[in-house]
Design a protein around this ligand. Structure first.
Ligand code: GLP
Length: 239
């Protein structure tokens, strides 16, 4: 895996945005695989600025997001659909009908996952997939386990993830305990992957990811199977 170690979060966000922008310039009707969480927010801000400056055009772009809580409504300000609208889609010239997030309201979540997997195959593969990393090494909501899922699936969230994500909710009881997420195979189907990590809380997960082993206790280590992955992190996360 290629690594870019940056001095600041600002620099990380710029480097990540430049890589995404290059993909968009090379192919204006590209498919972007997008992620939520606090880490990519700075990158989205840069992409919005570039779009406003006329440097990049979202009008023909399709997006597929990694994951969504379950159950959750898109109007809930903690849903990943709401996050994407709020942090990117509402501020750029994208056609929202071409933006996809797993359906947190589906009556049958397993059916919704199968439909999402088919959709990613139909519109994809993503030209670039943006990832964050959980403190426990999760990517999307692929949590550490003895075996990892290949395709989009329903998953329970680990206690550590529920705790880590509670900061965004009114109380820990409000954090959904389940999610719909792309599987490891879905993520690896992207042509290019960038994974962003900043802060000391991510250092252990980053170390395990880069240890050169396929370790299901660190789902991000599966990225070693891909030939075009760039890790963009700050010095603390790379410690
Ligand atoms: C969440 C998301 C991940 C994200 C991770 C890290 O649970 N499902 O896609 O990468 O946690 O979040 P943050 O960037 O806020 O640390």
């Amino acid at each position: 895996m290629k690594t870019i170690v940056c001095k600041t979060y600002e620099e990380m966000s710029t480097r990540a945005a430049e890589i995404v922008a290059d993909v968009m310039k090379a192919n204006p009707s590209c498919v972007l695989g997008l992620a939520t969480g606090s880490t990519p927010v700075g990158m989205y801000k840069k992409l919005i600025d570039m779009n406003r400056a006329g440097e990049i055009d979202f009008s023909a772009v399709t997006t597929v997001n990694l994951d969504e809580y379950y159950p959750i409504s898109p109007e809930n300000d903690q849903s990943y659909r709401y996050f994407m609208n709020d942090n990117l889609f509402n501020h750029v010239n994208i056609d929202k009908t071409k933006t996809f997030v797993p359906d947190g309201t589906a009556a049958d979540p397993h059916e919704a996952c199968a439909a999402y997997e088919a959709l990613v195959k139909r519109v994809g593969p993503a030209d670039i997939q943006v990832l964050g990393i959980g403190q426990n090494g999760h990517i999307g909501f692929n949590e550490p386990d003895s075996a990892l899922e290949v395709e989009t699936h329903v998953t329970g969230l680990t206690e550590s993830t529920i705790k880590a994500n509670a900061r965004f909710f009114a109380s820990i009881e409000d954090v959904p305990t389940q999610a719909l997420t792309m599987g490891i195979g879905t993520i690896l189907s992207a042509k290019k992957i960038i994974i962003l990590a900043n802060g000391a809380a991510k250092a252990e997960a980053v170390k395990k990811m880069l240890a050169g082993k396929l370790d299901t206790s660190c789902p991000a280590s599966m990225l070693n199977l891909h030939s075009d992955v760039t890790v963009i992190c700050d010095e603390v996360a790379m410690d």
